[in-house]
Design a protein around this ligand. Structure first.
Ligand SMILES: *Cc1c(COP(=O)(O)O)cnc(C)c1O
Length: 387
């Protein structure tokens, strides 16, 4: 079968795919249908935290598959309870809701915030503020949350009750809060799809203080930045704040679909039976795999992430054709002189898979990528970036 041709004929045209059909992989090396190998600098958009077909993760998932692959959420299972306990112990959050994607994690966070605010302040207190240039998902509600108009066109009407302020504009939030009852503010500490743009430290600190003082919930969308990606377990930890709700997904499952909304003290008991749910949420095989991922995101690994990040940042800074480097940990964006898409195309020819985000080349390699592969990839990227 011609994979690319069949895909083009039968798959809905929502993705502008690169001309590569991946058939297998091990760690940070992937192989296509023509037998060509690539160094993977994208890890499935920050999903394969420990690379392709990681042995420990495969064992955890397959052992669970051999016991039971799924029960409904009407019954208890061990892996999801164990994963939730681990997430709470490591973040200080109190309860977890599991779904299957980042968008679902954010939907849950928004529902939790709306219910909390309605019970506390009346149901006209429902507005959720997000930032311009943010990305929170593709469902109609998380699209409404996403602060980029071009995603909204022709999908109207979206869920009402969202407002947007510019990133780092604390005064804009204060003005908005005078006019409108606010339920929550939702941020990505580093805007991922928006071009790997970290928020300013002072803004995040002031935002936390302002929301705290005014009874507004703070939600951190850690779908992309979470699970060790930035050199901390969650990116908010780099900013020295504690949000009320944390959402995560991508890297938590190590390659299987999972989303989680972590509920802090204030909202821990907001949901009762029937308020929310998901057939697949907390699936035992997925959660067994996620446990094996989270267990290994320890201080040693986080230190390694930071060291690899330092290596990449110093290699790219000032390199010919690279104008700036942004991001944290192994979530980096390169502003290149050549268009980012062209650099990525040249990288593919050189056997390196990178991503783009807006006008940047975006790098999200596996957290455990071996140093020699990282160096090789960095060298190819610098060659590709040369103008
Ligand atoms: C990818 C992403 C989402 C959406 O996650 P899906 O699993 O595709 O639904 C939401 N927020 C952020 C910050 C993301 O990077």
């Amino acid at each position: 079968m011609d994979i690319k041709q069949t895909d083009k004929e039968y798959i809905a045209g929502t993705y502008a795919r690169f001309p590569v059909a991946i058939v297998s992989g091990k760690g940070s090396l992937l192989t296509d249908d023509e037998g060509k190998t690539y160094i993977d600098m994208g890890s499935g958009i920050a999903v394969n935290s420990f690379g392709a077909s990681d042995d420990v993760w495969v064992r955890a998932v397959t052992e669970q598959l051999g016991k039971i692959q799924h029960t409904s959420n009407l019954y208890y299972t061990e892996p999801c309870a164990r994963l939730a306990k681990m997430l709470c112990e490591r973040t200080g959050m109190k309860k977890v809701f599991f779904g299957n994607s980042g968008a679902e994690a954010n939907e849950c966070a928004i529902k939790a915030a709306r219910k909390y605010a309605a019970e506390k302040n009346g149901d006209d207190c429902h507005t959720v503020v997000t930032l311009v240039n943010s990305f929170h998902g593709r469902t109609l509600t998380t699209l409404a949350a996403t602060g980029q108009d071009h995603y909204h066109e022709l999908f109207q009407p979206l869920t009402p009750g969202f407002a947007h302020i510019a990133a780092n504009d604390i005064e804009g939030l204060k003005t908005l809060a005078k006019e409108t009852k606010l339920a929550a503010v939702m941020i990505e500490c580093i805007q991922g799809e928006g071009g790997v743009v970290p928020l300013e430290r002072s803004f995040v600190k002031e935002l936390r203080a302002f929301t705290e003082e005014n009874g507004i919930l703070l939600i951190c969308d850690e779908v992309q930045t979470g699970n060790g990606r930035t050199g901390a377990l969650y990116a908010y930890m780099n900013y020295g704040i504690t949000p009320d709700i944390v959402t995560t997904a991508k890297g938590l499952g190590g390659g299987l679909p999972i989303g989680a909304a972590l509920l802090g003290e204030k909202v821990a008991s907001v949901f009762g039976p029937g308020d929310h749910g998901s057939t697949f949420g907390g699936n035992p095989a997925v959660c067994a795999g996620a446990c094996s991922i989270l267990e290994r995101i320890n201080d040693d690994l986080l230190k390694e992430v930071k060291e690899k990040s330092d290596y990449l940042v110093s290699a790219f800074t000032g390199a010919d054709g690279i104008e700036s480097v942004s991001g944290m940990g192994l979530m980096l964006g390169l502003k290149t002189t050549r268009p980012a898409a062209d650099v990525v195309k040249t990288c593919i020819e050189k056997g390196v898979l990178c991503l783009t985000a807006k006008d940047k080349v975006r790098l999200l390699p596996a957290l455990n990528i071996p140093l020699d592969l990282l160096q090789k990839a960095a060298y190819s990227i610098m060659e590709a970036a040369k103008s």
